[in-house]
Write a new protein. Structure first.
Length: 364
């Protein structure tokens, strides 16, 4: 699963990417510093993995991961190919969720492409370009099926109604994710369009050090603007995150965070939030060779979860032996969990819960 970092040029996207991935993307004070997208695989911080590792003492510990993509900065006219528009929009279409970085700090030493700091205007600039691109692809789709609808094809007629709903929203400068579709319409007609403004989004408000804990007026404006959009807002002092990243020891990082009044790096919060944004959750396998976090979509069944390890596990699934993380932590070992009668045997219909510790029985 892939989350794309987007925003205007010079708002801190590549610096944030470096904080998250340690991949050292080029970062500089001029527009279009990033041209080709940079890709980093980022570990998802999860204390439960550390707890299990302490109890089991495995040879290896393998965390869950999310792929983060740093995409070129967008400018006005991108939907018509201005700047790196077509390339940018192609890259963003390939992601599963959007991390939209907004500059929410004043600094005369850092150039803003529009000459002044105004995160609401910046958000609108990008929204309009994405909406125009979605409008173009939705109108093409409508044109394609209109003939079938006119001949009386009921399925095509239903789709035209939904497409008209999308077009009306986009023409009113609304993102598709804010439109309330029925579940059937979403599954049958909306999801397949892969519209950019329908992707889940997190607005990352890049603030100065003094606003790292409580945000500022810019952040409050963004929160008010996206209240109806079903989006997350995260406050992050990206330059401070970069400074923390340069420190060698865990102790130094913790002292730095305490001085700022923070309990953990904002980048850790962002990665966990991105994981949630992608509708992902974690289950664990725990043994002497490795303790590992596995990534699945929320609502996945036990066979689907087994298939993440190997497709043969899903094909030949017999049953799952399941321990809740809380029981494992409280009782201290798999053996003690069994003795207490807390290990459950679940079948093919079981919906895996976040934090389950699982063994799979299968036969191929």
């Amino acid at each position: 699963m892939k989350a794309g970092i987007v925003g205007l040029p010079n708002v801190g996207k590549s610096t944030l990417f470096n904080c998250l991935s340690n991949a050292k993307a080029q970062s500089a004070n001029f527009p279009f510093c990033t041209i080709e997208p940079n890709i980093g695989v980022v570990n998802v911080p999860d204390q439960r993995l550390d707890v299990l590792a302490d109890l089991v003492q495995p040879e290896k510990i393998i965390p869950a991961t999310v792929e983060i993509v740093d995409i070129a900065g967008l400018v006005k006219g991108a939907s018509k190919g201005e700047g790196l528009g077509n390339q940018f929009l192609g890259n963003i279409r390939e992601t599963d969720a959007i991390l939209h970085v907004l500059r929410c700090f004043e600094d005369d030493n850092i150039v803003h492409v529009d000459g002044s700091v105004d995160p609401l205007r910046d958000k609108e600039t990008i929204d309009i370009e994405l909406q125009l691109k979605d409008l173009e692809s939705t109108e093409k789709r409508r044109e394609k099926i209109l003939r079938a609808a006119k001949t009386g094809n009921k399925e095509a007629q239903k789709e035209v109604v939904v497409l008209d709903q999308i077009i009306s929203a986009l023409e009113a400068a609304k993102n598709v994710r804010s439109v309330d579709f029925s579940e059937d319409d979403r599954i049958n007609y909306v999801n397949g369009l892969q519209l950019i403004t329908d992707k889940p989004v997190m607005y990352v408000c890049n603030v100065s050090e003094d606003a790292a804990v409580n945000g500022n007026d810019f952040v409050n404006q963004i929160r008010a603007a996206v209240a109806q959009e079903n989006a997350e807002v995260l406050v992050l002092a990206v330059s401070i995150e970069a400074d923390i990243n340069e420190l060698d020891s865990y102790e130094e990082r913790q002292l730095f965070l305490e001085d700022l009044g923070l309990s953990e790096p904002g980048s850790a919060k962002l990665i966990r939030s991105a994981y949630r944004l992608l509708s992902l959750q974690t289950y664990f396998t725990a043994g002497e060779k490795e303790v590992r976090a596995w990534t699945i979509l929320k609502g996945a069944t036990a066979p689907q979860a087994a298939g993440v390890i190997h497709t043969d596990f899903e094909k030949g699934f017999i049953r799952a032996e399941v321990i809740s993380f809380e029981d494992y932590q409280t009782l201290g070992s798999e053996q003690k969990v069994k003795e207490a009668g807390k290990m459950r045997v679940e079948g093919k219909e079981y919906i895996v819960q976040d934090g389950d510790v699982m063994h799979f029985r299968f036969n191929v």
